[in-house]
Design a protein around this ligand. Structure first.
Ligand code: CP
Length: 323
């Protein structure tokens, strides 16, 4: 694999290899010296045309832990405001010696275009495009689920039989699309719960079930992922009132108590507290939000290593000596 554009492009073996490599990276990150030399001498550009906290910073942390040189590009304050195109921006950066591009863009398909147009030669990693895909988010979520629901010694294993529920604004969610694709590939049973107005046309063809009864589905969920309500992508006319939304699709302590005892609560962030998730739930021991963020660094290290590591030794052999 040369690029990472969509979770749907990953086979089960690809995905398990990334999860296993993430486990190795997590173990490296637990050491006093967190750095690996794997990408020394390589330059990676983080090309962000849309706002981000978690993805942008965790890619940068991952790149630095792999000893890459990092260039951060934000569209705000760049020559994009003067009308420069994606093609010219990318070619400008490649001319400065960029070896790989991590891109977030509000237009669905922008990373695919960059990877397949021939504009640049560098590998492209999708850090979220429009409402389309966010593959590294799905990978870090799957890693978090595997660690919590299967165990830390789950190398080689997938999520077969695990029951995962995604709740909320599926229509605008690249996280939902990526998770449905990847979780299905990993053998999980996925159910979407959402207001009918926040489900996309054609959802019946997705590899998951759809329900409108959150309380019933929670009873048998090993993990529930609350999705952010993306008002910025929404026509207000189609949105239920905040109170109505929270009552039917929000997660509070009383609802969370219906889950099996081992069940976990996830959220890709940023959370809208009080809307899709109460503070009581967000701050509870069952909520993995902060763990997901930490796992995001390990996951992005694994993806970068596998895509760009080239002839460097395998991660397990590249660990620094204990010190
Ligand atoms: N989960 C996620 O993509 O968060 P950011 O928008 O902060 O990167």
């Amino acid at each position: 694999m040369r690029h990472l554009i969509s979770a749907a492009d990953l086979t089960r073996d690809d995905a398990v290899l990334i999860l296993d490599t993430t486990e190795e990276m997590a173990r490296v990150s637990d050491r006093p010296i967190k750095k690996l030399p794997a990408l020394r001498g390589r330059t990676i550009c983080n090309l962000f045309f849309e706002d981000s906290t978690r993805t942008r910073i965790s890619f940068e942390a991952a790149e630095k832990r792999l000893s890459a040189d990092v260039i951060n590009f934000a569209a705000k304050g760049s020559s994009v405001s003067k009308g420069e195109s994606l093609k010219d921006t990318a070619q400008t950066l490649e001319a400065m010696g960029v070896d790989a591009v991590v891109i977030r863009h509000s237009a669905s398909g922008a990373p695919y275009r960059l990877a397949t147009s021939g504009w640049i030669d560098a590998p492209v990693i999708n850090a979220g495009d429009g409402t389309h895909q966010h593959p590294t988010q799905a990978l870090l979520d799957a890693f978090t689920m595997r660690r919590r629901l299967v165990g830390e010694d789950a190398l080689g294993q997938d999520l077969t039989g695990k029951r995962i529920t995604l709740v909320g604004d599926v229509l605008h969610s690249r996280v939902a699309r990526s998770n449905v694709d990847l979780l299905h590939t990993l053998g999980a049973d996925v159910t979407l719960v959402a207001p009918p107005t926040l489900l996309p046309v054609g959802v019946e063809h997705w590899t998951c079930d759809v329900s409108y009864d959150l309380d019933a589905v929670l009873l048998k969920s090993d993990a529930v992922m609350m999705l952010r309500v993306q008002r910025e992508r929404m026509n207000a006319a189609f949105f239920p009132t905040e109170r109505e939304y929270s009552r039917r699709y929000g997660l509070d302590g009383e609802r969370m108590a219906k889950m099996p005892e081992h069940g976990i609560v996830m959220h890709p962030g940023p959370m809208v507290r009080g809307m899709e998730i109460t503070a009581e739930v967000a701050d509870s021991d069952r909520c993995t939000v902060v763990e997901q963020v930490a796992n995001g660094v390990h996951t992005r290290m694994a993806v970068l290593y596998l895509l760009l590591g080239g002839n460097e030794p395998a991660v397990s052999h590249a660990r620094p000596t204990d010190s």
